[in-house]
Design a protein around this ligand. Structure first.
Ligand SMILES: Nc1nc2c(ncn2[C@@H]2O[C@H](COP(=O)(O)OP(=O)(O)OP(=O)(O)O)[C@@H](O)[C@H]2O)c(=O)[nH]1
Ligand SMILES: [Mg+2]
Length: 221
């Protein structure tokens, strides 16, 4: 079943320091993860055509909380705290990484992971760990090579090809695309992927409607 979701209706729900402060673990959630400054918040704003839905910053480490957004009934997006920022005090780093790990491992409604990496510095250790973990857990991954506008067309294509080859090595459902929040490149790829991951939410809705209709016609007979 194919659905087209209107991402511009997305709105902020809550910021949580850890998963215990998130709403019920139900519906379908897709998480955006990546190193600090990779462009997670910018990609969300581009996806939803909203200038400041997610706060962006030149200072890495801005998004320290798990930010939850509602796309439509039963469909949520999560902007996860960035990892791998060197200049953050160790204690704070540990705390984020704990809440990040906890979210990824315990949140049952997590059905897809968007991993964002700067196209000029992709596949760092933590990026790879994250992808391995997702593949292990049977969660599909969309890699977005961000800030693609920073490379010329030839270099960009070569880099996408290289990372696509790397992605095969993970052995799971890992797709790769170039992305630019600035130019809008790759936004269609991202929308199509999210539509696919969120589709079961609509299937359930449809099933509920059919059951209700059947019950009504039973009652009428
Ligand atoms: N040229 C260019 N710059 C971008 C693009 N996307 C993001 N940036 C810039 O990169 C910086 C970081 O972007 P954010 O979206 O805040 O990154 P983030 O991953 O949310 O960062 P944290 O929340 O700190 O983890 C900002 O200065 C953005 O303007 C892009 O597509 N092209
Ligand atoms: Mg951010």
């Amino acid at each position: 079943m194919s659905v087209k979701i209107h991402y511009q209706n997305t709105h902020f729900i809550t910021s949580a320091p850890d998963i215990r402060h998130l709403p019920e673990d139900e519906g379908i959630e897709v998480a955006f993860a990546g190193r600090s400054n990779a462009g997670k918040s910018s990609s969300l704003n581009r996806l939803t055509n909203q200038k400041s839905l997610a706060k962006t910053s030149k200072t890495p480490g801005r998004t320290q909380l798990i930010n939850l957004f509602k796309v439509t009934d039963g469909c949520h997006i999560v902007d996860l705290p960035g990892y791998g920022f060197a200049q953050v005090p160790l204690e704070m780093k540990k705390k984020w990484q704990k809440s990040l790990g906890e979210y990824l491992q315990k949140r049952q409604c997590l059905k897809g992971l968007v991993v964002l990496m700067d196209i000029r510095h992709p596949m760092k250790d933590l990026d790879q760990q994250l992808i391995y973990w997702a593949v292990d857990s049977g969660i599909p991954v969309q890699v977005l090579l961000t800030k693609a506008d920073k490379l010329k067309s030839g270099a960009r294509k070569a880099q996408v090809l290289k990372i696509k080859q790397d992605a095969v090595g993970f052995g799971g459902d890992v797709s790769v695309a170039a992305f630019s929040s600035l130019k809008g490149l790759g936004v269609d790829v991202l929308r199509n992927k999210l539509d696919e991951w969120f589709a079961p939410a609509f299937a359930e809705e449809l099933t509920e409607e059919i059951v209700q209709e059947e019950q009504q016609s039973d009652e009428q007979e």
